[in-house]
Design a protein around this ligand. Structure first.
Ligand code: DC
Length: 219
């Protein structure tokens, strides 16, 4: 069984998918981490992410793989574990930019489909229900208002002791939403057979219960 969770940045996809996977005994696959690893490669080489041809050529030979350690996904970039290096806003922004390129998507979608073919997975991203796993048994489109999403990201960063500005976070989020939803290749949108879950006024536990209910109905 495969469960696809798509939605914009900050909707709570990874928090929910990780917990759900643990409860259901599924493998959790965070596809955003793969685009982030590719983005890290581009940034570490001081390349301009907007140069599609150069970025795609450089990324062609890059090896991205994932493994699981104590239930946590680890991302390997050419054999190096880069899990701890890919969570910055800069990497997220660059990932959003280079994920618009068809060649990058083709490579990572293949890897994601291979992972889902071998295991029961809960996979989160932007195009899982529409493109990566069109036959997933359960599809969720998890969203929340931009103010709720920005507020969560703000709290998260403050908790880590990082200085940040709520307005700036919200503006970055709106820009990222726009890029992810308006690109030509597999833009973020709700699959026709996906169930919409709005987490703006729900706790993590309430969202999990709601998705479990949907899974039971589909089963
Ligand atoms: O979910 P995230 O913030 O880690 O994703 C980073 C970027 O990667 C996101 O802005 C768009 C891109 N992405 C994508 O295009 N397709 C996916 N399945 C996952 C992420």
């Amino acid at each position: 069984m495969n469960i696809a969770i798509d939605g914009p940045a900050g909707a709570g996809k990874s928090t929910i998918a990780k917990k759900l996977a643990k409860e259901m005994g599924f493998i959790y696959v965070d596809t955003g981490a793969m685009y982030r690893a590719m983005a890290l490669y581009v940034l570490e080489r001081n390349m301009d992410p907007s140069q599609e041809a150069a970025v795609c050529e450089a990324c062609d030979a890059v090896d991205i793989s994932i493994r699981h350690q104590n239930g946590e996904q680890q991302v390997l970039l050419n054999g190096e574990n880069v899990t701890g290096k890919i969570r910055s806003e800069e990497v997220g922004k660059t990932a959003s930019c280079i994920s618009a390129y068809a060649n990058i998507r083709k490579k990572l979608v293949l890897l994601q489909q291979k992972l889902a073919a071998d295991e029961d997975v809960i996979m989160d991203g932007r195009d899982i229900g529409t493109c990566v796993l069109p036959y997933a048994e359960v599809k969720i489109y998890l969203t929340a208002s931009v103010t709720a999403r920005a507020g969560r990201r703000y709290d998260e960063l403050r908790e880590k002791g990082q200085m940040c500005d709520l307005k700036e976070i919200q503006k970055d989020m709106e820009d990222r939403d726009y890029r992810d939803m308006h690109r030509k290749e597999s833009p973020l949108k709700q699959a026709e057979d996906a169930v919409l879950v709005d987490s703006s006024d729900l706790t993590v536990e309430q969202v999990i219960r709601e998705i479990q209910k949907i899974c039971q109905e589909r089963q």
